[in-house]
Design a protein around this ligand. Structure first.
Ligand code: ADP
Ligand code: MG
Length: 408
C-alpha cells in the first residue's frame, strides 16, 4: 500500500460516514461505495454511491495540506468554493454543479455527481467540437461577475464581500506560479523541455520588456478588486456533455480582474490550438478543427464583450459610472487584461510546474518543441500588445502568423 493510500484510509471512513449522515440522496441507504477520483493538485475528491439505489454524490475534501506539495493550505478554501458554487448557481443557473451540503468541521463539500460529463481539456485533445462552448462560457463570466462590479453592487456590500473572499493562500499560489516563476524561475521548480531550454531563456527569462509588462499585470492581479471571479477558469475546470457545460472548482475565487477569467479561458483554447496545429496529420481535418477553434476563440471574445456591455447597461446603479462612455472604457480595460492574462497563462503552463496535457501528451517530440514555441511567441504578443486585442479575430491572426513563423 502506498503512503498516499495509508494517508487516505481514515479520511475515507470519515467521508462515507459524513455522506450517510448529511446527504439526502443517501437517506435510507445501507451501504455506500466510495472511490477517490481526484486528479487535481490540491484536494481529495470522492465519488460516493449507493449500489442499490444507484444514487451518487461527489464529496470534495480539503485537507490542511496541499495534495501535491504537502504544504499547509488554508482549509477555508473549501468554504469559498461552496459559497461560490451557490452564488454562481444563482447568477448563472445550470452552468455549475448543484451543491448538496457544506460541512465546515469536516472540510467537506458535497455536490452533484457529473461523472457522465467529460473534462473539456481531454475532449479538446481528442479534437472534439462543442458548438455552444463560446456562448456558455461568455454567459457564465458575464452573469457571475456583473453583480459584484462597483457600477452595480452597493458600495458597502461589495467591500464586505471583498473581505469574505480574500483568499490569501490561493492568491499567493497564483502570484508565484503565474506572475513570477515563468519570468524568473526563482523557485527553481520550472519544467522546461530540454529542446526549448535556450529558447525559453532568450524569450522569457532574459526579456526585460516582457518582465516589466508581467510585473504590471501582477500589480493588477494583486490590487484590482474588480469583481468576484472564478480564479481558475482553465479547460480542466469545465465539464462538457454535448451542448451542456458546467464550470466547477472555484476555490481560487477572490475579488480580482475579470480579465483573469476571460484570459484564462482564451489561453487554454490556445493550447488546444497549438496541439491541433502540430498533431493533426490530415490537412483537411486539421483545417476544419483549427477553423472551429478560431471561430470559438473569436466568438467567445466578441460575445463576451457584447454581453458584458448589455448587462452593464441593464444593471448599472452608480450615478457616475452610468456616464456615457464609462462602460466602453471599463470593457476595454477588461479586454486588455484578458489578453495579458491569456499570455501569462500560456507561458506558465508551458514552462511552469503545473503543465497541461495539451502539450505534455505530445511527448518528447519535435511537435512538442514546435507547439511550445508557438504558444510562447503568441503569448508574448498577447502580453506586450495587449491593448490591441480588442477583438476575437486578432488572437486568431496572431496564432496563424506565429505558426507560420515557427518551422515545422
Ligand atoms: P482540485 O481542486 O484538487 O483541482 P477538482 O475540483 O479539480 O479538484 O476535482 C478533481 C477531479 O475530480 C476533476 O478533474 C474531476 O475528474 C473530478 N470531479 C470533481 N468534481 C466533480 C463532480 N461534481 N462530478 C464528477 N467528477 C468530479
Ligand atoms: Mg482544481
Amino acid at each position: 500500500m502506498s503512503t498516499r493510500d495509508e494517508h487516505l484510509k481514515p479520511i475515507e471512513a470519515k467521508i462515507v460516514d459524513y455522506a450517510k449522515r448529511r446527504l439526502r440522496v443517501f437517506s435510507g441507504s445501507e451501504r455506500l461505495e466510495h472511490s477517490e477520483i481526484g486528479d487535481g493538485n490540491i484536494n481529495y475528491v470522492f465519488r460516493i454511491r449507493d449500489p442499490k439505489s444507484g444514487a451518487s454524490a461527489i464529496v470534495k475534501y480539503a485537507d490542511a495540506n496541499s495534495r501535491s506539495s504537502g504544504k499547509a493550505l488554508d482549509i477555508d478554501r473549501n468554504r469559498i468554493e461552496a459559497e461560490l458554487l451557490r452564488l454562481q448557481g444563482r447568477y448563472a443557473p445550470g452552468l455549475v454543479p448543484e451543491v448538496y451540503d457544506y460541512d465546515r468541521e469536516m472540510c467537506c463539500l458535497a455536490m452533484e455527481d457529473l461523472s457522465d460529463y467529460a473534462i473539456l481539456r481531454y475532449e479538446l485533445i481528442k479534437h472534439k467540437k462543442f458548438p455552444t462552448l463560446a456562448d456558455n462560457i461568455a454567459e457564465f463570466i458575464v452573469n457571475t461577475t456583473i453583480p459584484t462590479i462597483d457600477a452595480v453592487a452597493e458600495s458597502s456590500d461589495k467591500k464586505r464581500m471583498v473581505g469574505r473572499y480574500i483568499n490569501p493562500d490561493l492568491c499567493r499560489i497564483t502570484e508565484q506560479l503565474v506572475y513570477t516563476d515563468p519570468y524568473t524561475n526563482r523557485s527553481g521548480r520550472n519544467k522546461v523541455t530540454p529542446s526549448n531550454a535556450e529558447f525559453v531563456k532568450r524569450e522569457l527569462y532574459d526579456d526585460e520588456k516582457l518582465r516589466l509588462e508581467a510585473a504590471k499585470l501582477k500589480y493588477r492581479f494583486m490590487n484590482d478588486a474588480q469583481a468576484l471571479i472564478h480564479g481558475d477558469l482553465h479547460s480542466g475546470s469545465i465539464f462538457v456533455k454535448g451542448p451542456m457545460v458546467k464550470v466547477f472548482d472555484p476555490e481560487f475565487a477572490y475579488f480580482g480582474p475579470i480579465g483573469y477569467d476571460v484570459g484564462n479561458f482564451i489561453g487554454n483554447l490556445c493550447f488546444a490550438w497549438a496541439n491541433a496545429c502540430v498533431s493533426i496529420r490530415d490537412a483537411r481535418e486539421k483545417e476544419e478543427y483549427i477553423g472551429w477553434l478560431d471561430e470559438t476563440i473569436a466568438r467567445f471574445v466578441d460575445l463576451f464583450a457584447r454581453k458584458f456591455l448589455i448587462a452593464f447597461r441593464q444593471h448599472v446603479t452608480d450615478p457616475m459610472m452610468s456616464t456615457a462612455g464609462y462602460d466602453e472604457w471599463f470593457l476595454s480595460e477588461v479586454l486588455s487584461d484578458s489578453a495579458g492574462v491569456a499570455g501569462l497563462e500560456m507561458n506558465r503552463r508551458t514552462v511552469g510546474v503545473a503543465q497541461v496535457k495539451d502539450l505534455t501528451s505530445l511527448g518528447d517530440t519535435d511537435e512538442r518543441t514546435r507547439a511550445e514555441r508557438i504558444v510562447i511567441l503568441a503569448a508574448k504578443d498577447f502580453i506586450l500588445q495587449r491593448r490591441a486585442y480588442s477583438s476575437g479575430r486578432k488572437y486568431c491572426e496572431t496564432l496563424h502568423e506565429v505558426a507560420e513563423r515557427v518551422p515545422g
